[in-house]
Ligand binder design. Structure first.
Ligand SMILES: NC(=O)c1ccc[n+]([C@@H]2O[C@H](COP(=O)([O-])OP(=O)(O)OC[C@H]3O[C@@H](n4cnc5c(N)ncnc54)[C@H](O)[C@@H]3O)[C@@H](O)[C@H]2O)c1
Length: 268
């Protein structure tokens, strides 16, 4: 890691109090940036403030409230004098098919995952024009294909993927880059669903790399996309999923035909 790659830069991270967002706050601080971490839940923000007193401002913000998001971005510029990167990361999930998901829940999922990216980008872009800055959205592999029983989340993340492309082309000539990271399963809640004894083996089996990701492995991708190392990348939805979406979903032919496969190899 280059501890100076983001020196002098100012970054806002939404959903910065926990999981991928908190790892992203740490990563940018480690790479020299000043960071404003925003979250609706003050607990995680407090943990970060206890740990870092320099170059970090925390702010309780509900990203579904456009005025609050505008205040957040203005507060970042007031605190540090500029804005270089807006990380629209906050997200929420609900289970269900279109038949199961109630309209209020559908709206909530759209508000947190999609409207918030629109609000954050809308507030940030005038400041990013001044710095030649960039936006990184946390989308998901659930924005690239469907997941059984996750219809609202997949619809919202699919929209984030295309919003990323559209903002990239609209603002490229203003010197702004817009990208997203599309994580696969990431262990943000140890002891939660991905650690459940029934689920862990399924994840390990289905993911070619044999494990779920860690928040820091997504934070590093966000920091890369925000950096000059990605200076010619815009409109890209970068998958970080241990190979999960590289797979067609067909059976593992190597396992199924292991004997025949080995016999054929021996015969060669
Ligand atoms: N963990 C995964 O497997 C995974 C996979 C793909 C994409 N993602 C995406 O990564 C992003 C971060 O998720 P995570 O896994 O770190 O989850 P997380 O639950 O660890 O963190 C999400 C954070 O967002 C905050 N948040 C929720 N609603 C908010 C609101 N209205 N305003 C402000 N903050 C709000 C929460 O308080 C929490 O701190 C999300 O966009 C999520 O959809 C996660």
């Amino acid at each position: 890691m280059d501890s100076t790659r983001h020196s002098g830069r100012v970054v806002v991270v939404t959903g910065g109090g926990h999981g991928i967002g908190a790892a992203t706050v740490r990563r940018f601080l480690d790479e020299g940036a000043s960071v404003v971490a925003a979250d609706v839940n003050p607990k995680g923000l407090q943990r970060l403030s206890d740990e870092f007193d320099d170059r970090l401002v925390t702010r309780v913000t509900d990203v579904t409230d456009e005025a609050a998001v505008r205040d957040l971005v203005d507060a970042a510029v007031a605190a540090f004098g500029r804005l270089d990167t807006m990380v629209n990361n906050a997200g929420a999930i609900t289970m269900g098919t279109v038949v199961d998901v109630e309209p209020a829940d559908w709206r909530r999922i759209m508000a947190v995952n999609l409207d918030a990216v629109y609000f954050g980008s809308r507030a940030a872009i005038p400041h990013l024009i001044a710095t030649g800055g960039n936006i990184v959205n946390t989308a998901s592999i659930s924005g690239l294909a469907g997941n059984y029983g996750l219809v609202a989340y997949c619809a919202a993340k699919g929209a984030v993927v295309n919003l990323t492309r559209n903002m990239a082309i609209d603002h490229a000539r203003q010197g702004i880059r817009v990208n997203s990271v599309c994580p696969g399963p990431v262990n943000t809640h140890p002891g939660g669903m991905m650690d459940h004894p029934n689920m862990k083996p399924v994840y390990e089996h289905n993911i070619p790399m044999g494990r779920v990701g860690e928040p820091a492995e997504i934070a590093s991708v966000i920091a890369f996309l925000a950096s000059d190392d990605a200076s010619f990348i815009t409109g890209h939805n970068l998958v970080a999923d241990g190979g999960l979406t590289a797979h067609t979903g067909e059976p593992n032919f190597t396992d199924l035909y292991a004997e025949e496969f080995r016999a054929a190899q021996r015969a060669r």
